[in-house]
Design a binder for this molecule. Structure first.
Ligand code: TNX
Length: 538
């Protein structure tokens, strides 16, 4: 197998040399010495071997992709678009046209056994070519994020007569530590537009996340159109925390988010939180209500006061409709049923409810995910628990043979304040500065959660204190970048002192994307060229 990769590589290189030989003889370029291992990649790849020369990305570079393997051409175009955004270069894809071709980037489907799984990839960078091998388009997509990250911000304008972006040569072998690397966005407490969600997806994809979990319903708002129960959005969608206008996604908009995420190989996980956190649903359809109290729309931030009536058939007809409509629009394998903080649901009713809802979710071919409390019910080993608060529940899920997603609130909650001066966020589970967010070991979080049971990690962003994209970005970044590394990079390759330098160097990308990240003082942020010039002018 290894031989076949080498052969293939040689074949491609011969092709490149032939292409180049057709061109006028090039003058040898005197590349400066480089070190691929010192590049600021996040997450840090599994293995990097530097060969100390450079690939000059320039106007004479062309991208080629496998053309019969599903999704590879799209990955090639995605890379070309991002190169255009960063460098202004227009790199052709699978079509050299009349232009001069000096170098190629080849995105190649390979079945090599050296590629461990769908998301694994290898990149070979020489002076003449960049060859990216992966089994699937998903792996190729993760790999091109690495390529994007090692294209420098500025070009070298002296080596040849036109600008050239020097990429260090060497070999990268990479694959993820955990198969599930997610973030959650609470669009229920405050509503966020489709455009906001798309921008969040863009940044997550750059750091190799593969899941976005959307918290679509809570006491303060119902955010997804359900055609068979229209008042959910008419009434339940009309409020949010603080009394703002709320909002909801039409089914078309939800599908648009799902499709956008899938282009970036990110799976959307929809969550309808129940039987608690259901005030907005019960105000819309009072027949669902189980707390016996008068119902009104709620714009505060208390939790634990609402519940569905777990003994009424209509409630399960309702849930069946909701799960069916949402599942039909959701290609991903998971459906999240919440299940947290049902403080006014009696224990036996809660267990009865979760057991019934699990069957509904399975009927629509989805895997049920729930917050760790679901482990107190009689759930199946195929369901997944999301550990946020009670270690005891997480351990109970492991005993049931379930997989666990790690979201410990004192480490992984993006809505916790960085410190006492933070403008937004809560601190019920403590303050989470940028180092605390990074310096923990999911693999050894609890003796009762062995690595085999860890599906991955997820960083939830609850939105009680944030109401627009700028505030969202303040809480999410830079911490979400650290969680990306905890999810992707193996423990022995993670190191705070090394990470914080790479993080400092994310500033130009975040600025280019106009992300209003929190400029933590723990990080010696790299100044972008513009800021630098301004400082000099001052
Ligand atoms: C706890 S985490 C909650 C949410 C809140 C969050 C605020 C979880 C399953 N429940 O309802 O928004 O704390 O940090």
């Amino acid at each position: 197998m290894r031989n076949s990769i080498i052969l293939k590589t040689v074949f491609v290189l011969l092709g490149v040399s032939a292409l180049i030989a057709c061109q006028e003889k090039r003058k040898p370029i005197n590349f400066p010495t480089t070190d691929l291992a010192l590049e600021n990649m996040i997450p840090k790849p599994l293995k990097i071997v530097a060969t100390n020369s450079a690939f000059g990305l320039d106007q004479n570079t062309v991208i080629y992709t496998s053309q019969n393997a599903q999704g590879f051409v799209e990955v090639g175009h995605f890379l070309a678009d991002k190169i255009k955004d960063k460098t202004q270069l227009r790199i052709p894809v699978n079509d050299a046209g009349e232009g001069q071709v000096d170098r190629i980037i080849y995105i190649n489907q390979s079945d090599s056994i050296d590629l461990a799984g769908n998301e694994a990839y290898q990149i070979y960078i020489t002076k003449d070519s960049i060859i990216l091998n992966s089994k699937t388009a998903e792996g190729a997509f993760r790999g091109i994020q690495t390529i994007r990250q090692i294209i420098p911000e500025t070009s070298n304008d002296t080596l040849v007569e036109h600008p050239m972006w020097l990429i260090p040569t060497g070999k990268i072998t990479d694959s993820p530590n955990f198969e599930y690397r997610g973030s959650m966005l609470d669009v229920a407490r405050h509503f966020f537009s489709v455009e906001d969600v798309k921008k969040y997806i863009d940044i997550l994809a750059y750091y190799k996340y593969n899941v976005l979990h959307l918290h679509l319903a809570d006491d303060q708002g119902w955010r997804i159109e359900i055609k068979s129960w229209p008042k959910l959005t008419e009434i339940g969608g009309s409020t949010e925390v603080g009394g703002g206008p709320g909002g909801f996604y039409t089914q078309e908009q939800y599908k648009d988010i799902v499709a956008y995420a899938s282009q970036q190989h990110i799976t959307i996980i929809p969550e309808i939180d129940m039987p608690g956190h259901t005030n907005a649903a019960s105000v819309s359809y009072p027949i669902l209500n189980g707390n016996g109290k008068e119902l009104k729309l709620y714009t505060g931030t208390h939790v634990g006061f609402s519940t569905f009536d777990t003994r009424k058939d209509t409630v399960y007809t309702f849930i069946d409709d909701v799960v069916r409509e949402i599942s039909e629009m959701t290609p991903g394998p998971y459906f999240h049923i919440g299940g947290d903080e049902s403080h006014v649901t009696k224990k036996k009713d809660y267990i009865h409810f979760i057991n019934k809802v699990e069957k509904i979710v399975q009927k629509y071919d989805k895997i049920m995910v729930g917050w760790d409390e679901i482990a107190t019910a009689d759930v199946d080993s195929t369901s997944v628990a999301q550990f946020w608060a009670e270690e005891e529940n997480a351990i109970a899920s492991v005993k049931k043979g379930m997989k666990v997603i790690l979201s410990p609130a004192n480490k992984a909650y993006l809505d916790m304040q960085y410190d006492i001066q933070s403008e937004y966020g809560l601190h019920w589970s403590g303050y989470i500065p940028v180092d605390t967010a990074y310096i923990w070991t999911p693999e050894r979080l609890s003796k009762g959660i062995p690595v085999e049971n860890i599906l991955g990690i997820e960083a939830p962003l609850w939105s009680e204190t944030i109401s627009n994209l700028e505030e969202l970005e303040y809480l999410a970044f830079p911490r979400a970048i650290g969680y990306a590394e905890l999810g992707w990079t193996i423990e022995e390759n993670r190191n705070w002192d090394n990470y914080k330098v790479r993080l400092a160097n994310q500033a130009p990308y975040l600025e280019q994307m106009n992300v209003k990240f929190y400029p933590s003082k723990l990080i010696d942020w790299k100044k972008s060229k513009d800021t630098y010039t301004e400082i000099i002018k001052d």
